[in-house]
Design a protein around this ligand. Structure first.
Ligand code: NAD
Length: 488
């Protein structure tokens, strides 16, 4: 039915090379990674795959840049100038960023055009912040005299990122890490390496010193090698909670610094007084953004017993109108899942939901009319019990569970009844009441009526959804070590 999103206009220049030490180097092996279109299921680009020797080279370059190079020794103001140049480069390639995201991931172009502004926003934001960051060098008085409490960059950081929003998630780490004065080794996801190449080109064009940013694409074994590398001081990881837990264990062996942005199973609590029409405007797009492949998706909708049918009918009616199709078409609201294994995973959860007794209120199958592509219908289950697998596990697809509750305490208990705690929403006509409920939800962020994720605010998880925060001042802190200097 639909054509492949076009790669024309994308000019990644060195796909068969690795960006190490400010140069485009030949990889140590001839191994390659294939980027598969989620629309045509065909290979659309081939990239170099790094191996452990390449990681050694990248870490050595980053170490040299950090231990002996100018970057950490520049003033914050000087680094800010360079970061703003990276932001300008990213802005000048905005349409390419959107096209790459849509082409690799299957995210609708209307969404990626909007969200591809974020990488430049992040670089500008951390440039502004580092210039004014008051606590980098603080003078205090102690019994013996003057003390200076200074923040120093933590060192060489591994940035390990997933495939769903590859550039935005990478830029949270790189913009903050570089602002602090760190050097970075990026290991992008093997399915979506193109964004890291584009960022490398922007950093190169902005004239940052060699070795401060390096790219070694590869899979989880390569990621494991990087995590265990003694040249890495800190690991910043975004991905699944399962992988996060393995990385935490590996890092603990040598007490490497870590921060984690992990999975979610976020709940939207619909209160008795909620305005359903207004609610649908944010709940529909943010229960299944990028075909449900976003960590903060509101995948559980908690509804009061008395209004459960009314809310379900309204939500199902609205989701029925979501236009599924070619992600490159401007009118498309939902594209395919990103890869075949995602399709199998989502189909497995739909089967599990049915077998455990949940009622299919919408979707559940491959949509008609698509000859190829990893498409799945937007799917809604009603009569879901909180202990069912589909209400407990992160599906990472367009599958939403309606769960009814009896009273506020039951709603809060059910919202908190998973291993996750990433995000949440409360819908009510009374914002103060919404705030009181939000305080009881055990998650890193909650939205009262609507949906906002602002990169200048801290984002992250309670429980198994993460450790630490990205975005805001709080996203800069993990890239520092504290040093206390006493003057006798
Ligand atoms: P994943 O955990 O399988 O992989 C993420 C990255 O880690 C990839 O680059 C992968 O190659 C690497 N990796 C995997 N195992 C590793 C290991 N043992 N050691 C080192 N590296 C390893 O996740 P995914 O399927 O790519 O992404 C989906 C997951 O990411 C979902 O759980 C989603 O919720 C989560 N996510 C979280 C956030 C957030 O900010 N909290 C944002 C986006 C995605």
């Amino acid at each position: 039915m639909s054509a492949a999103p076009s790669l024309s206009g994308i000019s990644v220049q060195h796909p068969r090379s690795l960006f190490i030490d400010g140069k485009w180097l030949q990889p140590s092996s001839s191994n390659t990674l294939e980027v598969i279109s989620p629309v045509t299921e065909k290979t659309i680009a081939i990239y170099a795959e790094a191996n452990p020797q390449d990681v050694d080279r990248a870490v050595a370059a980053a170490r040299a840049a950090f231990d002996h190079g100018p970057w950490p020794r520049l003033t914050p103001q000087e680094r800010a100038v360079a970061l703003r140049q990276v932001a300008a480069q990213l802005r000048s390639r905005h349409e390419e960023l959107a096209t790459i995201w849509t082409t690799q991931v299957g995210a609708p172009i209307s969404f990626t055009r909007y969200a591809s502004a974020q990488p430049a926003i992040l670089f500008d934001y951390y440039a502004d912040l580092i210039e004014t960051y008051r606590f980098v060098d603080e003078r205090r008085r102690a019994d013996g005299g003057l003390v200076r409490v200074v923040k120093e960059p933590v060192g060489v950081c591994a940035a390990i990122t997933p495939w769903n929003a590859p550039l935005v998630l990478l830029c949270y780490k790189v913009a903050a890490g570089l602002a602090a004065g760190c050097a970075i080794v990026s290991k992008p996801s093997p399915e979506t390496p193109m964004d890291a190449y584009l960022l490398a080109e922007c950093i190169e064009a902005a004239g940052l010193p060699p070795g401060v940013f390096n790219v070694v694409p590869g899979g989880r074994d390569l990621g494991d090698y990087l995590v265990r590398h003694r040249g890495i001081d800190k690991i910043s990881f975004t991905g699944s909670s399962a992988a996060g837990s393995k990385i935490a264990a590996a890092a603990a062996e040598r007490l490497a610094r870590t921060s984690f942005e992990l999975g979610g199973k976020s709940a939207a609590i619909v209160l008795e007084d909620a305005d359903i029409g207004a609610m649908l405007q944010s709940l529909v797009p943010f229960s299944m953004p990028i075909t449900g492949q976003v960590c903060f998706s509101l995948t559980r909708v908690l509804v009061p017993q008395r209004r459960k049918q009314e809310v379900l009918d309204a939500y199902v009616g609205a989701v029925r109108q979501v236009k599924v199709g070619d992600p490159a078409a401007p009118e498309t609201q939902m594209g395919p899942l990103t890869m075949e294994r995602q399709l199998r995973r989502v189909e497995g959860y739909i089967a599990k939901g049915k077998s455990e007794g949940a009622k299919l209120a919408l979707g559940g199958s491959r949509p008609a009319g698509f000859k190829c592509g990893y498409y799945i219908e937007p799917t809604v289950f009603s009569e879901v019990q909180s202990k069912m697998t589909i209400a407990q596990e992160e599906i990472f697809g367009p599958v939403v569970s309606f769960i009814s509750y009896d009273g506020i305490d039951d709603a809060v208990a059910k919202a908190n009844d998973t291993i996750y705690g990433l995000h949440g929403a409360v819908y009510t006509k009374d914002p103060e009441h919404g705030y009181q409920i939000a305080r009881r939800v055990r998650s890193g962020s909650v939205t009262v009526n609507g949906m906002i994720v602002d990169p200048t605010m801290p984002f992250g998880g309670f429980k198994q959804s993460g450790m630490g925060r990205e975005g805001g001042i709080e996203g800069l802190d993990p890239y520092f070590e504290l040093k206390t200097i006493y003057f006798g």
